[in-house]
Design a protein around this ligand. Structure first.
Ligand code: NG6
Ligand code: CA
Length: 503
């Protein structure tokens, strides 16, 4: 009798293991939350050196988790970095660049994506926040089903800002539909020619909360002129200052509803991209003007999530990764005084460049992992890339990547969890050229893609050059002395590695 009981218990255990896949038990599959800032600089938060803006919630994650000092997004702009994050693929392979607001979906629906992989691991998946990876097949009808989109590439739930808050249409899309749309007031969008008769930044600048450059001077919505023209959808339009509150509500609902099961929440904040329109709770709370205020606002969003996890009792079963999609920029088209008020604040920390740049600040991101009870607090100087999150999460959740999936993603789970400092040997940085890093050296290839004209009159250290560049980051983290002429052997090695990647 005893023998038979034992046999049943063994069978039961075997069945449980099989159910949860690859021998990983359901208990060991933590929830995963990816808090993803937009245009946040390496030096923009307290734990990375900022003092003009306080970020107690992000600092708390860092003090109880791992704070990375050499972690990177893949590219110096949004769409390419997000593509890599969600597919484990470098952006140059897909010729990804900043997308217009009406661009088709960049990730084909049959792609084995990060969220799809987690779905297969038993996770409920959601994206709440900025998308900017295109929607639809080429022609979007904003008044009907808008797909394919996030739901077709692995997200069970989506509540998104379609592109950026400076682009039309200024409406959310929830599971492929614009919520609260009045059918008698349909949305039309044009990026080519003016449509409708609503005021624009050029025709009626007196209506603006912030003046803008020509590219951002199309239809005025909520006192902000945008990139692109839009008519209709008045009831459904967002109020910029309320966006963080709306997203916060959606994110909290999702977490609360799914607290009993493993979930993956990809939470790309609109902060701190332009237009910088802080909620009244944060407006005027920092010395940096709107740019600082939206950092403080984002920090509050982070605190809302960690407090909720604590109150639901699931913090110990939740891995949080905090990072950003590209480096900082002061003037990105709107006159919000970010430059004038910046004073001694260093958005890029000790690094050179920022958004759009081939220099370090283009892709070196403030990056934190936090998982109380599992991750031991520390600081890691490991060289790591967001492109590796996919293979790392596969390892975490017991998934095997199918052949050809996530071709650039390497399993760095132990690095993310702070158990190893053995980071990447080589790391790619994409901008308007390619650059290759090892722990010490950085090779920047001559510029390959022309920069847009509007960039020329902005104060942006692009790091681009018609000639080869080589920097010794140990001695010169600010990339000021081009040593290309002095170390032909190092250039040769890094160029050969770069060539292997791009063949
Ligand atoms: C640029 C916009 C900039 C920003 C960027 C995308 C102009 C002059 N500038 O084209 O304001 O929207 O695209 O930013 O149009 S990102 O973070 O999504 O990559
Ligand atoms: Ca960005």
């Amino acid at each position: 009798m005893e023998q038979r009981n034992k046999y049943h218990i063994i069978l039961l255990l075997a069945a449980l293991c099989a159910l949860s896949g690859s021998g990983v038990t359901a208990q060991s599959k933590p929830n995963i939350i990816l808090l993803y800032a937009d245009d946040l600089g390496y030096g923009d938060v307290g734990c990375y050196g900022a003092s003009a803006v306080k970020t107690p919630n992000i600092d708390r994650l860092a003090s109880k988790g791992v704070r990375f000092t050499d972690a990177h997004c893949t590219a110096a702009t949004c769409t390419p970095s997000r593509l890599s994050l969600l597919t484990g693929t470098y952006a140059f392979r897909k010729k990804a660049a900043i997308l217009p607001g009406d661009a088709p979906l960049l990730i084909p629906p049959d792609t084995y994506t990060l969220p799809r992989m987690l779905q297969q691991a038993g996770y409920t998946t959601a994206v709440i926040g900025k998308w900017h990876l295109g929607l639809g097949n080429g022609v979007i009808n904003w008044n009907d089903n808008i797909g394919p989109g996030p739901n077709e590439i692995g997200f069970d739930y989506s509540f998104i800002i379609p592109a950026t808050t400076d682009r039309v249409p200024t409406v959310f899309v929830e599971n492929g539909r614009v919520p609260d749309l009045d059918p008698n007031d349909p949305i039309a969008v044009s990026y080519a020619a003016m449509i409708g008769d609503e005021p624009t930044g050029l025709s009626d600048p007196q209506l603006l909360k912030q003046r803008a450059d020509t590219q951002h001077s199309n239809t005025i919505i909520n006192g902000i002129s945008r990139i692109g023209f839009m008519t209709g959808g008045k009831r459904a339009r967002w109020v910029d200052e309320e966006i963080p509150m709306v997203l916060n509500g959606k994110a909290k609902d999702f977490i609360t509803t799914h607290k009993e099961q493993p979930f993956f929440l990809y939470y790309p904040f609109p902060n701190i991209h332009v237009p910088r329109t802080p909620n009244r709770k944060f407006a005027g709370t920092t010395a940096l003007g709107a740019r600082g205020d939206v950092i403080a606002e984002m920090d509050w969003l982070v605190g809302e999530i960690t407090q909720l996890l604590d109150s639901l009792g699931i913090a110990k079963n939740t891995l949080i990764v905090f990072s950003s999609d590209n480096g900082p920029v002061l003037d990105d088209g709107y006159e919000d005084q970010a430059g004038q008020l910046n004073k001694s604040h260093k958005p890029a920390g000790i690094f050179n460049g920022g958004k759009y740049s081939a220099f370090e600040a283009g892709t070196r991101m403030s990056t934190i992992t936090y998982w109380p009870g599992t991750i031991r607090p520390g600081v890691s100087a490991a060289l790591c890339s967001q492109v590796d999150l996919m293979a790392s999460f596969a390892a975490l959740t017991g998934q095997k990547l199918p052949a050809g999936a996530a071709p650039d993603s390497q399993n760095a789970l132990d690095v993310w969890l702070g158990k190893s400092v053995q980071g990447r040997k080589y790391l790619l940085e994409e901008s308007y050229t390619l650059a290759l890093r090892d722990k010490r050296w950085k090779y920047i290839a001559p510029q390959t893609t022309p920069t847009p004209d509007w960039m020329k009159n902005k104060e942006i250290a692009t790091g681009l050059s018609p000639v080869e560049q080589l920097y010794d980051l140990h001695k010169d983290p600010g990339e000021t002395h081009n040593l290309a002429g002095q170390h032909p052997e190092i250039i040769k090695t890094l160029k050969a590695e770069l060539k292997k990647l791009t063949l």
